[in-house]
Design a protein around this ligand. Structure first.
Ligand code: CTP
Ligand code: CA
Length: 224
């Protein structure tokens, strides 16, 4: 039969996607997190599965459910856990898409017990988390590596430098400047920048439609 939607152009490919926020523990009852809902990553996972990929979704805390039972979901909390899960699966991956909003820093010391309130001021010292995508970019063999970039100024320049620094094959620049795009919104306005620094601005679209565009772009530059 003929049905373009069921084009299985990712059949036989293992696609690993990170999604959601990370939670960085402060003590047994508190953490540092962010407003990522995970929707962009889940939409990409659903789209890749629909197109025949073998999908592993490594996700931080979210209330979302995948739409396809074939997707292997790995639940993590912190950036450190996400890093470990990514490195475990990376050698067998063909395509890795980093859609997670990974915390850049974590509390340097995690208290064993709930911290009691005391002084008027309270300071938490943070230390840098490992950059998951950069660490994969440094060891990649044939994997096609896709990152996101969230910028509020010098968008294209910063995105290009992330692409280079992390040894990515494609970067999806997320424009927060546009109304209706980003965290907690159902829509995104993105620009693709490939390895050759060719720039492909996209329209403001639903995250489902953006997910389809991302997979199309990957198929165009990697699979075909
Ligand atoms: N990322 C990652 N590991 C981190 C931080 C970010 O893998 N510790 C990934 C994100 O999933 C995203 C890309 O790197 O795909 C870019 O994230 P972003 O926050 O825009 O950039 P950073 O490199 O963290 O730089 P900055 O926040 O300073 O702009
Ligand atoms: Ca960051």
């Amino acid at each position: 039969f003929f049905n373009n939607d069921s084009a299985l152009d990712l059949k036989g490919k293992k696609v690993v996607i990170t999604a959601g926020p990370t939670y960085e523990p402060i003590d047994p009852v508190r953490f540092i997190g962010n407003h990522s809902t995970g929707k962009m990553g889940f939409d990409i996972a659903n789209e890749a599965a629909k197109r025949g990929a073998d999908v592993v979704l490594i996700t931080g805390p979210t209330s979302l459910k995948t739409a396809n039972d074939s997707i292997q979901v790995v639940k993590v909390l912190s950036a450190k856990e996400m890093y470990q899960a990514c490195h475990e699966v990376f050698p067998s991956a063909d395509i890795v898409i980093g859609a997670a909003a990974v915390a850049d820093y974590r509390p340097k010391v995690v208290a064993d017990q709930k911290i009691k309130k005391n002084d008027e001021e309270f300071t938490i010292v943070l230390e840098k988390n490992p950059d998951i995508l950069a660490s994969l970019g440094a060891i990649k063999t044939n994997q096609f590596l896709v990152g996101f970039a969230l910028e509020t100024e010098n968008e294209v320049e910063y995105a290009k430098s992330k692409l280079k620094k992390k040894n990515l094959d494609l970067i999806v620049l997320n424009s927060l400047n546009d109304q209706g795009a980003g965290f907690g919104k159902p829509t995104n306005k993105v620009t693709f920048i490939d390895k050759d620094f060719s720039i492909y601005p996209q329209e403001l679209k639903s995250k489902e439609a953006v997910a389809k565009d991302i997979i199309d772009q990957i198929v165009k530059s990697y699979v075909e």
